[in-house]
Design a protein around this ligand. Structure first.
Ligand SMILES: [Zn+2]
Length: 187
């Protein structure tokens, strides 16, 4: 069985220096975040492999390419499911939360640096730099710029990588449990 679309991607298509071994996860991230925020119904018709939402007439999953076999032999594809399993949703949530933590943490670091600069200027700033007005400019505009730099620029990059790795790890574990140990005993 040649399921090439499910194999890890060989070509680099990642951002921020991280290449996901499961490219369909990145395609699904936004959709899963909508589902996590309950902006879309939790029930529906989902791909039996990656849990991407399928339209009624989709014969193949638009995210991972798995044939959606509503009836017919299981070998022809995977039967669509009605709901996304919780461990799968948690994997996407891990990516979302990790990235958000890095963005907020980075912004906080930027604000701390601006505050320290403010204090330094107030205490030791020579001439006009020691004037409170200069200090407040540094505090407000410097704080804004440093929060952007450390949060939205640097934090987001690190957070993206860390979050995507975590999500992929959780997905890999889920796959191993779902498909790896096809036990005979109906536990
Ligand atoms: Zn799929």
């Amino acid at each position: 069985m040649a399921r090439t679309h499910l194999e890890p991607a060989a070509e680099p298509e990642g951002t921020a220096g991280y290449v996901s071994p499961y490219p369909y996860l990145e395609r699904l991230q936004e959709k899963m975040e909508e589902r996590l925020a309950r902006k879309v119904p939790s029930r529906g018709r989902f791909c039996g492999f990656c849990y991407g939402r399928l339209r009624e007439d989709d014969e193949c999953c638009p995210f991972c390419g798995t044939p959606a076999a509503d009836d017919g032999p299981p070998a022809a594809g995977r039967r669509p499911v009605e709901e996304i399993p919780q461990p799968v949703l948690r994997a996407y949530q891990a990516r979302q939360k990790t990235e958000a933590r890095w963005v907020h943490g980075g912004a906080f670091v930027g604000l701390i640096i601006a505050s320290v600069l403010f204090i330094v200027l107030e205490l030791w700033g020579p001439g006009p730099l020691g004037h409170p007005a200069a200090g407040f400019v540094v505090l407000i505009f410097g704080g804004y710029l440093l929060a952007q730099l450390f949060g939205t620029v640097i934090g987001a990059q690190i957070g993206y990588r860390a979050g995507a790795k975590r999500r992929d790890e959780l997905w890999g574990r889920f796959l191993a449990e779902r498909d790896g140990g096809r036990r005979e005993d109906p536990a």
